[in-house]
Each structure stands twice: as C-alpha cells, then as structure tokens.
Design a protein around this ligand. Structure first.
Ligand code: HSE
Length: 459
C-alpha cells in the first residue's frame, strides 16, 4: 500500500507548501566530511525531504582546491575559492563550516552569523575555545549554531544530552571520544607493544595524522569533553580549565599489569558533578574490564552518561570518517530546516539550558578531583620496603584496594634485586595522592619514577 502525504490543511503544512524551494546550503570546505555530506544528501534526498518537510540543497561550495571541489560536486553546486562569497550570497540560508581549527574558521563563522546565516559546524576546537562568543553572537542575531558532528562523529550524543536526557540531573559522563588513541591503546594491549611502535604503525595505516599531537596529547578529546560538560551541567564552555593528559607516556607494562588486576586502560574524557564544583578531565584511565566501555576497541567511540532518572546509558559508534560524520552534519541541517521559521526563543538552546540560566559552578582544579589510583613502584627487594610505602599511604589517609608484586622486567646494569609493586587504591583526593607520591619517590629504595594512573569504576 502506498501512503500519500496528508493534504496540506494545517497551518504548518500550508507554510511548508508555500515554502517549497529547497533550503540553500553553502559548504565551507569539501574535504572528507564535506564530500560525505554532499554525497549522503544527494543519495538520501527524497527521505531527507520527507523528514525535513522541505528539500535541502548544497548550492555553493567554497574550497581552496576548486578543481577537486568541482570533481566532487560536478554541475550540482557552484564552486568558489573564496568562502566569503558563500557568506555574502543572500540566497544561502545555512553555512556549514568544515574548515576546522580556530583561526579563519572563527572569523568566517562570526561573519556568517553577522550576515544572518544559520551555522552548522563539526569544529570542536572552535566551540570548546570560542563557543561562548559564538553562541552569544548567534543569540543576538536570532540564528542557530548546530554542532552534532563536533562530538563523537556519527553518535548523536549532543541530541541525547540536550534533548533525550533533558529530564535528568546528569551526574557524570565518561567517553572514549578519540578514535585514534583508542586504536593505539587497543593495538598496545593486543600486541604488547609500546606507544611509539604502535603510533608509527597507526600513521602508516592512516589511523593517525602525520602530526598526531591533538589526538595523542588528549587535546581533541578535551575539546569534546568540554562541550559535553557545558551541555550536561548548564555551564559556559571552559576548555582552559580542563585537565588534559594524553597517552604518550603509557607503557606496555602498565597495560599488562592492569589486565592482570581486571582492568583495561582507556583514554577517557570525564566530566562529573561534585558538591563543590565540576570535574573536567582527560587522561588514561583504568576501567574494569567487565564494563561495556572497556570493550570498545579500535577506532570506535563510546560515551556513558549517568542521569539520576534514567540511570546509565551508553552510546556507541563511529567517531570519525566521511559518512558517519556527514550523518551528524545532515541531522543538524534537518533540525535547522525544521526550526528556522520558529521564534528563536522557542528553539532548543545551544547549550541545552536557557542562556540566562547558565550556572557559574566552578571547574575544579585537578588537585581537588576525587578518584582512585593505580600505582607502580619499582623498588629494591628488601625487608621493610613495602611497610614504608603502605605507611606513607596510610599517613595520607589513602586506603589500599589491591596489591600485586611481580619481578621487575628491568634488571639494570648495577645488579641487585628489584621488584615491581602495583597498588590499587580506593578513592582519594588527588592532592593527597600527589603528596604521598612525592614522599614515596624520595625513599632510597624506590628505584624509578613512580607510575600513577587514575582509575574509574564507572559503577
Ligand atoms: N581525530 C579524531 C579522532 C576524529 O581520532 O577521533 C575527529 O575528532
């Protein structure tokens, strides 16, 4: 049976009927995500029109490489080398920014807003650093800035946090939100290799960029965690307050010991509500191996959200790539198409909370964060060494959860018997742990820099 669309009898349907010209989109940048967006929009245009109530058409594309852009879009869009020609075109309703970074992208987004265009962007760096300025400018002009593709690529986590979970007081979010580092960590665990070796392999296979700094130093994940934190807790974006550690110092030995204790090491973006503020941090983290998120392998992303009403929810999928990210960009295009005629005050607020209701809850300094720890100490294998170490932890009111002692792999030229002591602690304030580590490190029987990693039970 064929279902016909209902007759245009309602005011909304009348409006759609009268407004049948496809909404006009200008793309700034047609690289991996831009070409995916173009192709998926063309391929699924009929379905998208039925959902949006109106066609969505990429009418203009700006890219420095005009020949490559023309090869992708053919006759279907007007290609220009200058992004400002897109912004200046009065026929363009929505500008999609896919340039990246916070240089020219910021200028162009602000100019597009000033010209009264709605903006869709996949640019997490831009929003994490300049989001407050951009959202304020958009509010003043009554335009939308949509950014589903900025966090976890194809996973609709922004929609989930901003709308699907809107009943909840969100308690915490923990996510694998960088595919490159998750791929590297998976390979390190599977093959027992050190970071440097796997990074080279990841670059050879195209999983890591030639300059992988943003990924491996945790900066990309921190941009995404910053955006999720703002939406979850109704605070401004504050990337400068995030604590960021990457995976470059991670050693194969710690991945192995963590495994023996029932844990996997993942680079997590974590944001948590506490009585005295909000935690916002990215770092390698031990997670119980039985948790679903601990089993997210390769370049996949996953985000766990804890809400007071819903409990724990988990979102899993591709966090990057041409069509997965295009999926998120087009979802935003459909949202903007549906809502662009709505009164701006009745649209979904950029950061989920009404702008006048954003809170000034502080982001806690890392010393005030509460978490449990994994410690590895290489010590002289002598009587009384362990007693000294546990004594220092007790002095700082740090309680031990588990302890493992293994012969050290590192025999050393100077001879003498060495052993690795691995300790898991219960929750403690980070500043206390830092002071305890300094004291333990000063012991003459502690023979190498102490390795400390944070641990989250995610219960
Ligand atoms: N470089 C990112 C990652 C994808 O590896 O997940 C885009 O944010």
């Amino acid at each position: 049976m064929t279902l016909r669309p209902p007759a245009a009898t309602s005011p909304a349907a009348d409006r759609r009927d009268a407004d049948a010209k496809p909404i006009q989109v200008g793309l700034l940048g047609i690289g991996t995500v831009g070409s995916g967006t173009f192709n998926v929009l063309v391929r699924n245009q009929a379905e998208i029109r039925r959902r949006a109530g109106r066609g969505i058409e990429i009418a203009m594309v700006a890219d420095l490489d005009t020949a490559r852009a023309e090869a992708i879009v053919g006759e279907r869009a007007h290609v220009v080398g200058d992004a400002r020609k897109v912004i200046a075109n009065p026929d363009i309703d929505i500008v999609v920014e896919l340039i990246g970074g916070y240089g020219i992208a910021r200028t162009l987004v602000l100019e597009a807003i000033a010209a009264g265009k709605h903006v869709v962007t996949a640019n997490k760096a831009l929003l994490a650093v300049h989001g407050n300025e951009i959202f304020a400018a958009a509010r003043d002009k009554g335009v939308m800035v949509a950014f589903e593709a900025a966090v976890a690529g194809g996973i609709p986590i922004i929609k989930a946090l901003r709308e699907g979970l809107t009943a909840n007081r969100i308690e915490w979010i923990a996510g694998i939100i960088n595919g490159t580092t998750n791929f590297i960590l998976s390979e390190m665990r599977d093959k027992g290799l050190d970071f440097d070796v796997v990074l080279k392999e990841a670059q050879r296979l195209g999983y890591a960029e030639a300059d992988p700094t943003f990924d491996i130093e945790g900066i990309d994940a921190a941009h995404k965690a910053t955006i999720m934190s703002a939406i979850a807790f109704g605070i401004p974006v504050q990337f400068d307050k995030a604590h960021v550690e990457g995976i470059t110092k991670l050693q194969a030995a710690d991945i192995r010991y963590a495994e023996q204790l029932g844990y996997r090491i993942k680079l997590l973006g974590i944001t948590k509500r506490r009585d005295n503020g909000i935690e916002l941090r990215v770092h390698p983290t031990l997670v119980p191996a039985r948790r679903l998120i601990a089993n997210v392998e390769g370049a996949m992303n996953a985000v766990v959200v804890q809400g007071d009403a819903v409990g724990t929810t988990l979102y899993y999928g591709k966090g990057a790539g041409s069509e997965p990210t295009a999926s998120a960009v087009i979802a935003d295009l459909v949202d903007v198409t549906r809502l662009h005629t709505a009164d701006p005050d009745h649209r979904v607020p950029h950061l989920a909370f009404q702008p006048e209701s954003l809170a000034d809850t502080p982001i806690l300094p890392i010393d005030d964060v509460v978490t449990s720890f994994y410690l590895r100490l290489q010590v002289a294998d002598q009587a009384g060494v362990l007693a000294k170490i546990t004594g220092i932890l007790a002095e700082h009111v740090i309680s031990i959860d588990a302890l493992l002692q293994r012969p050290s792999q590192d025999v050393g030229a100077e001879g003498g018997s060495k052993t690795d002591v691995i300790i898991l602690t219960h929750d403690t304030v980070e500043g206390q742990m830092r002071r305890a580590i300094a004291q333990m490190q000063a012991l003459p029987t502690v023979l190498a820099p102490i390795v400390s990693l944070r641990k989250e039970e995610l219960a």
